[in-house]
Write a protein that binds this ligand. Sequence first.
Ligand code: 13P
Ligand code: SF4
Length: 346
Amino acid sequence: MPSPKKRLRTKTFIGISSGSACVSSLKFFVMEISKNEKFPDDLEAAIRELKRERNAILLAHYYQESEIQDLADVVGDSLALARAAQQVDKDVIAFCGVHFMAETAKILNPDRTVVLPDLDAGCSLADGCPADEFRAFIARHPGAKVVSYINCSAEVKAMSDLICTSSNAVKMVEHFKDDPVIFAPDRHLARHVAKQANRPDLIVWEGACEVHELFSAKALAQMKVRHPDAEVLAHPECEQAVLDQADFIGSTTGIIQHAIKTSAKTLIIATEDGVFHSIRRKVPEKTLIQAPGQDESCSCNRCPYMRLNTPEKLYLALRDLKPEIRVPEATRVRALQPIELMLKLS
Ligand code: 13P
Ligand code: SF4
């Protein structure tokens, strides 16, 4: 008999409510899997078996649900996953993250099959920076170097001089210390980098992450009063008023590592709560509190796009080798250069 957990996982209809929005703008993503679809009782064992059969590697971001993280060969932040993708020696990459991450893996692995369990797993930052508008933006700033956060499309990467992630953005901007620099597409990360790198002149594309932007600075201040010994750990995609209250600002890997090593026993965490899984595994005795959203119904600590991937969809992706990520070759070749430069400089 399968365990109750395993039986639960064999549902045929998967609905995910958006964690990014307050009730007023609630979105609802639903992917229906055919009612005729049959899933094995032990889905996790079947996924492991398919991984072997397909000669596949499973790369997962920290924002994936814990079952997926536990199945993954590599769990990491955007930089670690790009590095892992650069070193793959398997035929297939099953990427459990969002589209731009899987696309980056494909850019690095043109001859390998890259599948993303749900093709709708996008990102508000990538979607908020359309290639044609970004091309016009660059044209308005001749001579500027373009540093793009990895949360952007392959087309935007292809227009960039250097890619960065939240863990190396300051260093990447410092690489162009003698040039004007366009930084896209996250205005909050840009402001954080401008301060850290002493580059108030950064030319910024005004995009934002719809998840991190919804943490409430006011409610956080009230929470800190209730937990005076707690440390606040925040992702740089949060608004400045949230970052101003943080004891530590860093990428998802940075947040996890800091949570493990700090002597603080209570941590308020302003990022997606997928990171809690890794922290709990290492320091189960610590109290982890989700940073509050802008109203009580706001579950800002769930990325609705990341959470579109499920073990069921991962099983189908490995079984059918789709949905497959494809990148036009001319775009891929151009986008590869700034990604490889980042990996070399990091
Ligand atoms: P990391 O670079 O920390 O993995 O962040 C990716 C991301 O999408 C944060 O919202
Ligand atoms: Fe994009 Fe924000 Fe989701 Fe990260 S948390 S993938 S930046 S929408």
